[in-house]
Design a protein around this ligand. Structure first.
Ligand code: IDP
Ligand code: MG
Length: 150
């Protein structure tokens, strides 16, 4: 499986509920590694680009309003098959359908406040990473630096 990068956001509800550490811990223990990390308040322009695919949906206004309402943690995680792996660890979009053991299945009840975002394809991941991070903010692990990575 090729190494992939994926964008993960801990959404405003996850940050406020002190779930940042839990999300990071799950992804670390799984064996993915961090290549970028920041805390930021998303502005409207970034939110509208990030969620552009949902522009015509009835919940778009609420979605943009929520993601811009308080700080989020944005991260880039790397590893073999990372995009699909993170999606499976997040659980279904609607927490009512999210399996126990997933982030949403363990921590959420509301489809709007569902703790995390994860890119849904390799191509979209590249676009989302570029929306949130400058190239210089991402770490290229060398094999020597990665000696203790698993
Ligand atoms: P995803 O986050 O699992 O990729 P998407 O379909 O891309 O789900 O939707 C983006 C976000 O929009 C979801 O995480 C959720 O918070 C919100 N959302 C999706 N569908 C609905 C809906 O029907 N009502 C309200 N919010 C929704
Ligand atoms: Mg999505």
């Amino acid at each position: 499986m090729a190494d992939e990068r994926t964008l993960v956001l801990v959404k405003p509800d996850g940050v406020q509920r002190a779930l940042v550490g839990d999300v990071i811990s799950r992804l670390e223990r799984r064996g993915l590694h961090l290549v970028g990390l920041k805390l930021l308040l998303i502005d409207r322009a970034l939110a509208e680009r990030h969620y552009a695919e949902h522009r015509e949906k009835p919940f778009f206004g609420d979605l943009v309003g929520f993601i811009t309402s308080s700080p989020v943690v944005a991260m880039v995680w790397e590893g073999p098959g990372a995009v699909a792996m993170v999606r499976s660890m997040m659980g279904a979009t609607d927490p009512a359908n999210a399996a126990p053991g997933t982030i949403r299945g363990d921590h959420a009840v509301s489809i709007g406040a569902n703790v995390v975002h994860g890119s849904d394809s390799v191509s979209r991941a590249a676009e989302e990473v570029a929306l949130f991070f400058e190239p210089g903010e991402l770490v290229e692990w060398t094999s020597a630096q990665a000696a203790w990575l698993h």
